[in-house]
Design a protein around this ligand. Sequence first.
Ligand code: IMP
Length: 425
Amino acid sequence: MVTAIIGGQWGDEGKGKMVDYYCQNADIVVRVQGGANAGHTVVVGDKKYILHLIPSGILNPKTICIIGQGVVIDPATLLEEIALLKSLGIKLDGRLLISNRAHLVMPYHKMLDQLKEKSADGTSAKIGTTGRGIGPTYMDKVARNGIRVVDLLKPEQIKKKIEENLNFVNKVLGGIYNSPTLEAKTIVDDYLKYDKEMDPYITDTGAYLNQALREKKTIIIEGAQGALLDIDIGTYPYVTASNTTAGGCATGSGIGPTKIDTVVSIVKAYTTRVGEGPFPTELPVKEGNTLREKGQEFGATTGRPRRCGWFDAELVKFACESSGVDELIITKLDVLDDLAKLKICTGYSFEGKTLKYFPADLDILSGVTPIYEELSGWQANTTGAKQFSDLPVNARAYLKRLEEVVGVPIKLVSVGPERTQTIVK
Ligand code: IMP
């Protein structure tokens, strides 16, 4: 049984909590794309830790956690996370598996990412990236210059590849960005050291997953970021560099698309976005502050305040269609508890006409007027609700309307950060 859990907006929908919830009954969880740009909070006792690469299921002692072939791995970050988890007494041996096909984030990828963002002027867009080297690593992957985990096994080959890449990269660093250049030897030495520590976890994770399928294991695919950050359907160029939609769950894991039984999309009861790019239902800073403060809307990776706005059903509907979503999970409903009035965007109008499709052209998307429906709030605390009928009538009406306009049934509703604050509808 394979369930893919993906983000249905611009990331930060609360996937970490929900993946952890699903992992209670799962044998395996696999991350399939992105890298240390993602961030999920793990709570151990009264302390909170943020993990970027290791799947959210790691706290579940029975779940095998896989970093799949579509992920780009920054070994330094990965080893920090391994050390942190070990220091917390969490056992990883035999539980953490790393794909030998995954690409490695190199120090120059992070430098190029950050320098490009800093130097962005009118001729190149500032994306507002996380600065974790994600875009440049995928660029090298597609350009066939990438360095994969499997290359670490051959010191001579990795040395040659790094030297070749630096021939070009140093020209860009020094010539274009006026930045210090890099020495191949230092990088080679560091990465061979990383390899020694990563070695026990490296395997062919695609083969492992396909064997697990034959043994009828329960597998959760953990997507990162969200549909509108997808390189193909997202608000390009203000997107990440991988496929965050259901398609990426197959290519990034090595599990065939026909083997994915259920695609679940997680969406917040409102909308947020970090980084640049259009956001039709964005609220002015002051109004957005209510949601930002109550929802703790600050980036887990960068700490940046998230932009906040009303629920955009037009966008979620488009995202669901692009991934063939079967079920929705609504998170952070409780953040809306105090509001007297709520708005749902049910479509866009542009130059006096209602748009039929979610626009590809960002000039249009930036200029649309959201068509809103206004609903009454419930102004009651939902954080203790245990079942759907415990929710106030207006909260149920709000969820019903979301379901109707998006056209996908809601399976779960989250009303707080704890596992127990999850309502099965
Ligand atoms: P990158 O993935 O670091 O290249 O950043 C590209 C865009 O994706 C930027 O707008 C980032 O803010 C956004 N982004 C990347 N990862 C996440 C995430 O985990 N949550 C929300 N936004 C993200």
